[in-house]
Design a protein around this ligand. Structure first.
Ligand SMILES: Nc1ncnc2c1ncn2[C@@H]1O[C@H](COP(=O)(O)OP(=O)(O)OP(=O)(O)O)[C@@H](O)[C@H]1O
Ligand SMILES: O=C(O)c1ccc[n+]([C@@H]2O[C@H](COP(=O)([O-])O)[C@@H](O)[C@H]2O)c1
Length: 204
């Protein structure tokens, strides 16, 4: 429980969410519980400068994120990056959120793959002053845990989320849909229905 006068704890979870899956919602739930977050802002990426493939239209990714995260109390989907011109830089988003929530403590949630690339992010060295960076382990194909010791030397306050690695990825889900396979165990049912209704990720 947060004491009187303690800063509001706000989680910030950005991603392509193309589509959002059960790895994303598990990460959100674990972060809320482990970090004692009062609020978690889910931010679908606008222009992912770091991804080679074009993302699915933002209107679909926003709607799927709303469907996926609605069962997680305290979360809300924020469209700001999809409305911004130019590349989506997390440093800009954190600066905006800090200005809008004076005195709050922000927690930036990222998976292991992004943690390993963090030093390629735009002005990455400014991030620790804006938010506590929290990393969730991500299973690789062999199911091994990643280690964050090297990163912890350069990122003050780096926090590891106690998440059991989940071998689910949006890439795999898109490929499964394209080849007509079931995605039922990997996404929340309303998201699977949305993908079906809007013919997303089909190869034909
Ligand atoms: N299974 C997972 N376990 C832990 N973190 C995850 C997992 N899946 C995604 N994340 C993290 O969630 C954030 C958003 O991920 P994103 O929307 O790009 O999904 P993805 O599954 O990595 O997609 P893609 O396969 O298209 O790259 C990133 O920080 C990513 O590391
Ligand atoms: O700010 C950057 O330069 C930057 C570089 C790579 C990734 N990010 C953010 O990290 C989050 C997860 O990215 P992704 O590619 O795993 O969906 C998402 O919010 C991205 O905008 C941000």
């Amino acid at each position: 429980m947060t004491g009187e006068g303690a800063p509001l704890r706000i989680g910030v979870f950005g991603g392509a969410f193309d589509p959002p899956h059960l790895g994303h919602t598990a990460l959100a739930q674990i972060a809320i519980s482990q970090l004692g977050l009062q609020r978690l802002v889910v931010i679908p990426t606008g222009h992912a400068w770091h991804k080679a493939r074009p993302l699915t239209d933002a209107k679909h990714r926003l709607r799927m994120a709303e469907l996926a995260f609605s069962p997680v109390p305290g979360t809300y989907v924020d469209p700001r990056e999809t409305l911004r011109d130019g590349p989506s830089y997390t440093v800009d988003t954190l600066r905006e959120l800090q200005a809008e929530n004076p005195g709050a403590q922000l927690y930036l949630l990222i998976g292991e793959d992004q943690a390993q690339r963090l030093k390629t992010w735009h002005h990455w060295e400014r991030l620790p002053a804006l938010a506590i960076i929290c990393v969730a382990a991500r299973a690789d194909s062999s199911g091994a845990y990643g280690r964050f010791d090297d990163l912890a030397n350069d990122i003050p306050g780096l926090t590891v989320l106690q998440m059991p690695p989940m071998a689910v990825s949006a890439t795999d889900i898109r490929q499964r849909v394209a080849s007509g396979k079931s995605i039922a165990p990997l996404v929340f049912e309303p998201v699977a229905r949305y993908i079906d209704q809007h013919l997303l990720y089909r190869s034909d």
